[in-house]
Structure formats: C-alpha cells, structure tokens
Design a protein around this ligand. Structure first.
Ligand SMILES: C[S@@+](CC[C@H](N)C(=O)[O-])C[C@H]1O[C@@H](n2cnc3c(N)ncnc32)[C@H](O)[C@@H]1O
Length: 507
C-alpha cells in the first residue's frame, strides 16, 4: 500500500502525484480508495497489491501464488516452536498423589514450554491428544507468548496505519488481530503436539463456530489434509430458552475435529455389535455366523445375476461385492440361497471375521453425553459446586473419545489445555469402565482466578477453604484427586505434579 503526500492540492510536485493517481484510477478503478487523515482531510491511496494481481504474469518480482492460510505473526509464531526453552520441571511430591509409583502427570505452567520439555521423553508416544483451547470469544484468551497486542500496534504492524498513526486503508480491520493471535497461539503448540503423537495416534480438538473454519485450515496445514479423519458434532443444549434470537436460529452445537498423525494407521474402536445373533446351526468349521444382507447399499455400480448352484435359480441385483468375489463366496459356501419365492441370497458373516459397527458422524449428538450443563453437573459431583469453572466439558463425552481412540492398556492420553481437569477424570472413568488401564498427562497454566467474576469468586473461595493458591490449576488438581478416590482401587489414580520453573523464555 502506498499513499499520496499529505496535502495533494499544493505545489507542482504534489500535483503530479494527483495526476498520476487520476491516470491509475482510469486504468485500475478498484485500486484507489479515499481515506480520512488525522486532520479530517480526505486523500487518495493506491493499493499496489491489486495492481500486481491485475497485471499477474507481467510483474517482475512477483512471489508465486499458493493456496495457504496466512496471518500477520504466522512466521514469528512458527519460530517459537523451534526456540529452545529455558524452563525446567520442578517435582512437587507434596501436591502429588502416589508420587513415586504413578504414571500420570499433571504439569503446571505454559503448555508451549511443557510441550518442548516433553519432546525428549514422550516423542511418538501419545495415543490421543484431546484439547479444548480457548474459543476466542473475546472473553477467554490467555496468551503468554507475547503480551496481547493493542489494536494500535496491530494496525501499525500490519501496515494499515502509518508510523504516525494515519490510516493507510479505507476501512482498517482490527478484528483480525484476535484471529491472528489465536492462530499464533495454536500453531507452535500443534506443531509440537504432532511430534508427541504415535504413528497410529490422533488429536481431537474442541471448537465452536467462531473459529472452526480457521482451525480446519490450520489443522490441514499442520497434520495434512489427508489425515483429517472426522468432524464430530456435539450437541451442547437442546434448544434456546428465553427471548428468541433475531435470526430465529439457535446455536446448539460445537465440534470435535479429529486428525490422525497417519490416517492409514489410525482407527476408532467402533461400536460393539450384538453377539447374540451369532450361532452355528450347520456346524460350519469357520465357527458361529449370522445372516447378513449382501446387496449393495449404493445405487451406482453394475447389476449382475448370481445363480443358486442347487436350483439354478437366478437373482439379479447390485451386489456389495464384484462378480469374482461373489463366485468365490458361493464356492466357499458363504452364501445362503432362499427357499422361498420372495427371499434373496444372504451372506454368512462369521464372528471371527467381524468388525465393530461404524460410528455415525453425528454420534456425539444426543447420545447421552449431555451438553455444557452436564459438564457443570460433573464438576459439582466431584467438587461439591458447579460454580467453579465456566463450561467444562462433560466427562462422558471425553471418556467416549478416550475409549474409542486409546484402546490398549498403557495408552497415553494428553490434554494441554486441561482447564478443570475433565480429561483426567474421563481417563480414570473410561479405564474403570472397560478395565483398560490408560495413563494421562495434563497441562494447565496456573491462571489466577479473578474474584470479580461470579464463577471465579466461587472458585477462589473454594481454594481459600482448601488453603490453596487461587488458580485454575489448583481446581483441576483437587478435582482429579477427588475423582481418583472414587475410582476402582486396582487402577493408577495417582498423578505426579511437575511445575515449570520461573525462567521461561524471554520473548
Ligand atoms: C476452554 S478451557 C478447557 C476446559 C476443559 N476442557 C474442561 O473441561 O475443564 C481452556 C483452558 O486452557 C488454559 N490455557 C490457556 N492458555 C494456556 C497455556 N498457554 N498453557 C496452558 N494452559 C492454558 C486456560 O487457563 C483454560 O483453563
């Protein structure tokens, strides 16, 4: 972006600029804007980028175009992922439970430092990373890599105002700085998180409509588009109470975006089948089986006939298998032909070859996980009050993700935006439920509680009653302490507390 000199009407030199701008306006009308300077005067500015775009292919130093997500501060935030940290872990046996024997960790501090410190010991080791980062709604941002930038600084850095604060564009945008800062918060953390994931592991990220579009682009970039597994939709409430919104649509869902480290190695456990349908009435040496449809469920594809070798009766349809496969199945006695006029051939599905049922995309909707209110009830069940943390996720929702993705004993599950510690409780509950003992790592900033907010006032009072510092990390630790006490004793319900030292990186 370039501008005309301050007073375009006086002096011949300045007059030349006016003439040139008028000529440019004739050739490239969309490239000229009128802005108001700090004295209230009007002046014209030229958007050189538009001219470059219109002359694409004829501009000498043009950078090649590519499809990518960009924002002011992206490069600096990416460099943060590589910058070594000066922080170290300090053991805190007094705040831990079973400090010397547990395999679970609670790390108190900034997750950027924590992730860097975990890389040497936990690289390629984590089966599931679940995160629920701040939703960037304007009230919830904790960003410690740089101080939150003022609107004036952002406009100057993105060259929307001059050094002296004069506007350089017609309508300076400043809302972008919130998106830019949010993306800059996540990018280096996601880059580091990917290094911690096992080759068959996955990351699941909670997000709402505010940032889902940008987050998808960011995850595509960090994990690769081909590793995008699914966007689950989670129903947060049944409907709106009170005065209806003007647009007459109620927002009652959020998303959990799942990306694999390597999609070809990743799978969900799936939903269990009803095994009571399997039997072996004909003593089939392949074991118990049940009848299943073998017609195709899609309406495209070739129709062909298959013939019952015993009766020569033919059946024409679109089948779920190709002709060679069906012929092989008939040869192996895996097809049961009907003995009625209206029946169709069915396949024998064997118990020992059976897969679990697939998970429908909208399975997090109305599946008994509860919405945001259920999360508050869960906190109340463990800590005695629902007024301790805003919008915790329901334990059941996270336990479901854990049981679907971390399916083997010893699997490591991590949450580095742990909030009230819901994931810790969810891991213990899932392990108690299916007796598959998993481990967890939680990371949470000792974010101070602002007693001027009603919910924080209750949380601060709770900490005071326990004689603890007033931070979100304290609420989370107390929560998983208490949750552990009510879970089966054969499980590892302890956790080792590590705190990051004060010497964090200078920004
Ligand atoms: C939306 S909440 C997570 C809620 C959590 N899922 C629950 O159910 O309680 C996000 C949390 O991330 C924490 N956080 C934000 N920035 C952080 C950082 N740089 N390092 C560690 N934690 C951070 C905030 O303090 C906040 O508690």
């Amino acid at each position: 972006m370039t501008t005309t000199p301050h007073n375009p009407t006086s002096g011949t030199k300045l007059g030349h600029a006016d003439e040139r701008i008028a000529k440019l306006a004739e050739l490239f009308p969309g490239c000229i804007s009128t802005t108001t300077d700090e004295l209230g005067g009007q002046r014209q500015t030229v958007n050189l980028q538009h001219i470059r775009e219109l002359l694409a292919g004829f501009v000498a130093d043009e950078a090649p175009e590519r499809y990518h997500l960009d924002w002011p501060g992206k490069r600096a935030s990416l460099r943060l992922a590589d910058k070594p940290t000066a922080a170290t872990f300090r053991k805190c046996p007094d705040e831990s439970v079973n400090h010397d024997t547990t395999n679970n960790l609670f790390i108190e501090g900034d997750n950027l430092d924590a992730l860097k410190l975990l890389i040497p010991t936990h690289r390629d080791a984590v089966k599931l990373i679940y995160i629920d980062p701040p939703y960037n709604t304007g009230r919830d941002f904790v960003y410690s890599d740089t101080r939150v930038e003022s609107q004036a600084d952002y406009l100057a850095r993105t060259q929307q105002v001059s050094e002296t604060g004069e506007p350089l564009v017609t309508n300076p945008e400043s809302a972008g700085r919130f998106h830019a800062q949010w993306l800059s918060l996540l990018l280096p953390r996601l880059v580091l998180a990917r290094k911690l994931l096992r080759h068959d592991g996955a990351i699941a990220v909670s997000v709402d409509d505010n940032e889902v579009g940008r987050l998808t682009c960011l995850l595509d970039e960090v994990f690769g588009k081909d590793n995008r597994i699914v966007d689950f939709v989670w129903e947060t409430k049944a409907g709106a109470k009170g005065v209806p919104p003007k647009k007459m649509v109620t927002q009652n869902h959020e998303y959990v975006l799942v990306y694999a480290r390597d999609a070809s190695a990743f799978r969900f456990k799936g939903r269990p089948r009803d095994l009571s349908a399997f039997a072996n009435p004909d003593n089939d040496p392949r074991g118990p089986w049940k009848k299943d449809n073998m017609k195709s469920t899609v309406t495209t594809g070739k129709e062909f006939s298959i013939t019952d070798p015993a009766t020569d009766r033919s059946f024409r349809a679109r089948w779920a298998f190709n002709e060679d496969s069906v012929a092989q199945m008939i040869k192996e006695g895996r097809v049961i032909f009907p003995d009625t006029d209206t029946g169709w051939p069915m396949q024998k599905s064997y118990l020992n070859e059976y897969q679990n049922k697939t998970i429908p995309l909208l399975s997090l909707l109305g599946s008994g996980f509860g919405g945001t209110a259920a999360g508050a009830k869960d906190i109340a069940a463990t800590l005695g009050s629902r007024d301790l943390f805003s919008y915790p996720k329901p334990v059941k929702l996270l336990a479901y993700l854990v049981s679907q993705i971390a399916t083997e004993p010893g699997d490591l599950v991590m949450d580095f935006f742990a909030g009230s510690g819901t994931l810790g409780e969810a891991v213990m509950n899932a392990s108690a439920e299916d007796q598959i003992a998993r481990r967890f790592v939680l990371v949470q900033l000792p974010e101070p509680l602002d007693i001027n907010k009603p919910i924080h006032a209750a949380a601060a009072k709770f900490c005071d009653e326990l004689g603890k510092p007033r931070t979100i990390a304290e609420i989370a630790k107390e929560r998983i302490r208490r949750a552990g006490e009510s879970v089966a004793p054969n499980l590892d319900t302890g956790f080792r507390v590590l705190k990051l030292t004060e010497e964090t990186q200078d920004q």
